[in-house]
Design a protein around this ligand. Structure first.
Ligand SMILES: O=C(O)C1=C[C@@H](OP(=O)(O)O)[C@@H](O)[C@H](O)C1
Ligand SMILES: C=C(OP(=O)(O)O)C(=O)O
Length: 441
């Protein structure tokens, strides 16, 4: 397997010299791109994915699907504009080896696809991928008829022994450690002989907007889905067996990756415009409009995009982030600079994200002079004057952007391995500099 890229260099996080005033064009959503790729690969006809995110997580997904036999061509759309991927479905073949890196979407969404391949598919990835939960996918697939060798018992590395088809049917899983277990089983379900009925039996279920995104995107390609929010049974999703359409999908900007730029407006009392902010979306990042307003900003959706203004004041917040866990590092960074304490709740599962995000945020903010304590399911943050120092990132893109947010207001913050932002936002350092120069990107 490929080694995790090592970039030991320290990146001096730029200090803001005044209020930012920039327009920042944010690349496509990781979650939409990787769902779009899987659904297009499973369709009965070719499709287009326009403005896909090109980052480590999405390139790993594209490469894995190519390895299984799917055609993914780089091209310009029929209207002559914009980069796109043309996805040409084909028979799924093993033997194959999939490198998941540390991408939750790849390690969870692809094993069900591999169960449809006609040979063994080996899954491996970064060391951290061995520690991230996968049991719900493995046990779920076994119950639906798949044979899986998981040497590491419920985690990577593992081999899915595809036989060209999967029976499907009813399955109970505990998805309290990751919503991606549910999304994974639903995304491939139209291709299971009996479709699927997934019943979540755990105590909590994080990241509901991401499950809504899965349901929405399935319906967009013609799948029939019954789900709790449109009158179905609580915690039960059903997807019927059916052929999927090849669609022409334009990927929305990644609203979670818009977070550091919105935070910059909030912290500096400036203005940041994010073009193409969708009016209607299932992305959890849309909740930033409300969260960052509560923390002191104002925003409006205009023709030129989301216009977000800081007021010069940053307020603490008491908030349940269980639906939007991936926003936690950025919110914690802003909260560390606020005028009152914050309590971030509902995110115990972040201990099993790219790194243990609750421990990492606590340690790194406290090493800059902060006062953060971990709670059972989140963080308590009491703002204190911070000082410069090295902000370690633990191969976590959102730790790097969280450090950059703090660095706007605190002189001398140095981000270790800022290149880890390549997981979802490879151009982050340049975009950050352009924003601060006022030109945007
Ligand atoms: O399905 C998705 O695209 C995602 C679901 C969430 O995962 P968890 O439910 O594991 O938090 C989220 O944190 C991750 O960044 C992307
Ligand atoms: C949790 C995240 O990613 P993954 O898809 O690897 O779970 C994230 O991007 O914040």
């Amino acid at each position: 397997m490929t080694e995790t890229p090592v970039h030991p260099a320290l990146w001096p996080a730029p200090l803001a010299s005044g209020a930012v005033d920039a327009t920042v064009t944010v690349p496509g959503s990781k979650s939409v791109t990787n769902r779009g790729l899987v659904l297009a690969a499973l369709a009965a006809e070719p499709g287009w994915l326009r403005r896909p995110l090109r980052s480590r997580d999405t390139l790993l997904m594209a490469e894995a699907l190519r390895t299984l036999g799917v055609g993914i061509e780089e091209c310009v759309g029929p209207d002559g504009s914009g980069e796109a991927w043309r996805v040409i479905p084909a028979g799924l073949h093993g033997p194959a080896t999939v490198d998941v890196g540390n991408a939750g979407t790849v390690m969870r969404f692809l094993p069900p696809v591999a169960a449809l391949a006609d040979g063994p598919v080996r899954f491996d990835g970064d060391p951290r991928s061995y520690e991230r939960p996968l049991g719900g996918v493995i046990e779920g697939l076994r119950a639906l008829g798949a044979r899986i060798d998981d040497d590491n018992r419920g985690a990577l590395p593992m081999t899915v022994h595809g036989v060209g088809a999967l029976e499907g049917g009813r399955v109970e899983i505990d998805a309290s450690s990751s919503s991606q277990f549910v999304s994974a089983l639903l995304l491939s379900a139209p291709r299971f002989n009996q479709g699927v009925e997934v019943r979540h039996v755990g105590s909590t279920l994080p990241s509901m907007p991401h499950i809504r995104m899965t349901v929405d995107m399935l319906r967009c390609v013609g799948a029939q889905v019954d789900e709790p929010e449109t009158g179905g049974e609580p915690n039960v999703w059903r997807v019927s067996h059916s052929a999927l359409l090849g669609r022409d999908l334009t990927v929305e900007p990644d609203l979670s990756n818009a977070q550091p730029f919105l935070a910059a407006a909030l912290i500096t009392g400036g203005t940041v415009v994010i073009p193409d902010w969708p009016v209607r979306t299932t992305q959890p990042g849309d909740q930033l409009r409300q969260i960052f307003t509560e923390m002191g900003g104002t925003c409006q959706l205009a023709d030129r995009g989301l216009v977000f203004n800081g007021s010069g004041r940053i307020h603490g917040i008491d908030v349940d982030l269980s639906e939007v866990g991936e926003l936690t590092p950025g919110i914690a960074a802003v909260a560390a600079l606020a005028d009152s304490p914050s309590t971030l709740r509902g995110v115990a599962h972040l201990r099993l994200h790219e790194t243990d995000r609750l421990a990492a945020l606590t340690k790194e903010i406290n090493e800059l002079g902060g006062d953060v304590t971990e709670t059972e399911d989140g963080l308590h943050i009491r703002p204190r004057p911070l000082h410069g120092g090295v902000f370690h990132t633990y191969d976590d893109h959102r730790m790097a952007t969280a450090g950059a947010i703090i660095g706007l207001a605190v002189d001398g913050v140095q981000i270790e391995n800022v290149a880890t932002t390549a997981k979802t936002l490879p151009d982050f350092p340049d975009m950050w500099s352009s924003m601060l120069a006022g030109s945007g990107s």
